[in-house]
Design a protein around this ligand. Structure first.
Ligand SMILES: C[S@@+](CC[C@H](N)C(=O)[O-])C[C@H]1O[C@@H](n2cnc3c(N)ncnc32)[C@H](O)[C@@H]1O
Length: 182
């Protein structure tokens, strides 16, 4: 009996793990949360401003948006394809009392109109970025600030790059030359 329960639990845990971590790989990127300290460094480096609307494309547990709302006075929308992370992050948003400023949408960023963004935060693989950029360039405000963490947009010259070349900030109207960080 104990063995049966153990293996049912183990199978369930494995399926949940697969759903949270592995399945999103097929849609754009695996889950690898940005550390809280790093989130603050990124938002400081990018020079975000209170009142701006930030989208996190693949918002994971919602941490980027929660910090943006609580500490930077921003409003945010998180697009997360994984129903389990979307569900969990909605509760985390409520726990931190920012549900009036942060919305989590269970949707693929490939199928969502985020043209009202002032700031985009993107921590995704090069493959996902390559697919995303052509579609998103048409729709975004010219003054939008795009923050890429870990991986750069391979066909755009960033306006700002941090010292260890992990944070790339783009402003579309400031240049479209090929960059040297890919
Ligand atoms: C590297 S994690 C980043 C999580 C969060 N932005 C952070 O910095 O902590 C990438 C996230 O994107 C999600 N994701 C992958 N493909 C997606 C898609 N097509 N639409 C929405 N979310 C996606 C994954 O489920 C995962 O949570």
């Amino acid at each position: 009996m104990i063995e049966t329960l153990f293996y049912i639990g183990l199978t369930g845990a494995t399926l949940v793990f697969a759903a949270i971590v592995i399945l999103p790989v097929f849609f754009g990127a695996p889950w690898h949360p940005t550390s809280l300290r790093r989130v603050r460094q990124i938002l400081d480096f990018a020079g975000v401003e209170p009142g701006q609307k930030i989208y996190d494309l693949g918002s994971g547990d919602g941490r980027v948006l929660i910090i943006a709302a609580r500490q930077y006075g921003m409003t945010g929308v998180g697009l997360e394809i994984d129903p389990i992370k979307a569900w969990i992050s909605r509760h985390v948003v409520k726990f931190f009392g920012v549900q009036d400023r942060v919305q989590i949408v269970r949707r693929s960023f490939f199928d969502y109109d985020f043209s009202d963004a002032d700031v985009l935060f993107i921590y995704l693989s090069h493959q996902a970025l390559d697919r995303l950029l052509p579609a998103m360039r048409e729709r975004l405000k010219p003054e939008v600030k795009i923050i890429c963490y870990g991986f750069c947009l391979r066909s755009l010259e960033p306006t700002k790059v941090n010292a260890d070349k992990t944070i790339f900030v783009y402003q579309l109207h400031k240049g479209t030359r090929l960059n040297a960080y890919s």
